[in-house]
Design a binder for this molecule. Sequence first.
Ligand code: SF4
Length: 311
Amino acid sequence: MKPLYLETMHSGLLEKKTRQAENIAGKCALCPRKCGVNRLEDETGFCNTGRLSQVASYNLHFGEEAPLVGSGGSGTVFFAHCNLGCVFCQNYDISDNQTRHQQVTPEQLAGIFLDLQASGAENINLVTPSHVVFQFLESLDIAAGKGLNIPLVYNTGSYDEPDTLDLLEGVVDIYLADSKFFNSKEAEKYAQAPDYPEKAREGILKMHQQVGSLVVDDQGRAVRGLMIRHLVMPSDLAGSEKWLEFFASQLPADTYINIMDQYRPAGKAFSYPELQAHVPGSVVAELKKKARELGLTRLDERASGFFRLMF
Ligand code: SF4
């Protein structure tokens, strides 16, 4: 199965989509914050990212879900900064919107994609890409023209604008989508995004409409589809059961879901007493049982305690 972006590139549609994204960035509404700044003139909004993307690191990553890792590893590109403001972020040094990281030109970012492919990466895994959609599109167009031909993973916190997700149809092969807060109150308090729940729910359904349930090749490697992550929070701050009920009622039973047990207090979590607890393994086990009772059949079954963000 060829990556979707190849045909989109050959037809000229990728170039068109890139220009559309660039136009949106000129009065930025790429994400639900709709800051209205001119990113093309290097103005910055909430995500503190102007014309060029910043890459904190890139490497072959073996800590992602097994279908993404395969034998060669997932070719992760960690974009700096974020359009969410999660106070407990496990990658706070990368996501905080203050620290400057290496800016990359479109050609340099395309070179990173090609380097990762040459190193054996199974896919290009764009980590936290929601605020750099127009930048990665223009780099993808360059890289695809130079031989990039592995699946593209959009690894998102799920604070995405539906119109921006529409632009990614025929471009993204695999959506790897977080499901953070089911309720607005917690989304506002811990991520400064009270509309997160509605945007995330709408976005996840849209992603599934675009790419369907996860498809793997004969070696078990992901080639297309939606994968969902859900990090269980202390005191059920993420609304875990509500998310599972939503998935079970709105998506097919074979939707790939990773119920994650690796919450650890990090970033600014130490300013919030309720975020300093760990989540007991029994709570996560109960949620997995609940998911099965709801009819969800495709849960990530890795051993507990695996820490995906280690790199
Ligand atoms: S991508 Fe950045 S500048 Fe654009 S609307 Fe979102 S937070 Fe604001």
